[in-house]
Design a protein around this ligand. Sequence first.
Ligand code: C2O
Ligand code: CU
Ligand code: CU
Length: 472
Amino acid sequence: MLLTVFVLSATLVAPSSPRETFAARANPSATGDLASNPPLLVNISKLPRTVEVNLTAAVTKLSLQPGVVSEVFAYNGHVPGPTLDVREGDRVIIHFKNELPEPTTVHWHGIHLPFESDGSPFHPIKPGESKDYVFTVRPGTAGTYWYHPHPDHRTGFAIGKGLFGAIVVHAADDPLPRLTEKLLVLSDNRFLQDGTIDFPDPASHHGGIDEENGREGPVLFVNGQVLPRIQIRSGEVQRWRVVNSSAGRIFRIAIPGQTMLQVGTDGGLLEKPVEVKEVLLTTGERVELLVRGGARGSSTVLQNLPYDRYSPQTRPADWNVTRDLLTLETTNLPPVTPPVIPATLTKIVPLDTTKATAVRTIIFGQGIINGHTMDMARVDVSTHVGATEIWEITNIVGMDHPFHLHGFQFQVLDRDGVKEPYLAWKDMLNIPKHSTARIIVRYDDYPGKWMFHCHILDHEDHGMMGVLEVKP
Ligand code: C2O
Ligand code: CU
Ligand code: CU
């Protein structure tokens, strides 16, 4: 039987192969809690087009893993932290206070903003100190982003302790119909029996493996919940914004027997929806998916499929196990008429390769970039505002390394010589073992020193990072 797929307006070409049926489950595991979006940061400003919020990082005790209490680091007492919800053009002021026993920063991953507000290791905030982060949300950048600490050498630890939260930028004029939106912040963690978050001594065998592999944990969370439920009506289409906020795990997500419609990525909407069976979501990466309800009363799951990012020496024993992330239940309510999804969502102007004034060669070794580790006093790439450049990033080792650039969204030109199938704005790009990708970037404004790094945070913390200086 062919099931109703997404209803697209106009002429979007649908793949012609027959689709599999929904995987109706005999024993739906309808025991988890309903998935709840993280709370929103409260806007205390009375001014129009202004979002002013208070954000505090502090030590607290929370039950992350059901049944035990852990000492965590949390933003405003929540893991994940509250969502920063803004509109294009908004002026954003974040009054941040560091109540942690160690220096921190808040990095607004993917947001185009002034250097002083990037929260990079150049601007640490000492324990007890405060800082206002100020930026204006650039028009045309509606999408899903996230924030996390970025202190020198401690980012992976701080995220593992619980510091991460989502940012949603709404468009002035969203082409998608009004749909129920779900934010899905994916993370993982590892605990000792008493609930302590497990950070082995770096000098120990396990500590060494974490450092080499990038720390992962067997407990998978969606918005801090383990295997929550999402309810949907038959015929209904929901918009899911998915963030991979884990320090080392690459998620490969799929709903068995069902396709999803990918409408967005790191920097916002794609030009046209793309029907996908699964999505590889590297660390720090985001995706927007449209997901449809199945037959009344049916139930399925969003799964994490195996993905071998590892080198054989440190590959976890359970790497090839498929894991359920959440249950998707179609309610017994009468079906609704599926909404019509526009076949064209936005226009992305391709950056012009003939304007590129430099080709940068970036070589990812194991824990090093172009042969060395990070030195904050060194500039690895020097350029100026207004320049367009191509970066050729090659991973010469047998482990994936996800590339991230601060401050500027880029477009992928090709991967191993294969032209990228569609235009998109990205700030994360997985560079699989022994492969090369080329990206193009334009430094439109905001001079400063911007980081580029591997987003496996143990690698980044141990120096797999460089400095891009954009001069005025
Ligand atoms: Cu999400 Cu420099 O990081
Ligand atoms: Cu970033
Ligand atoms: Cu890496």
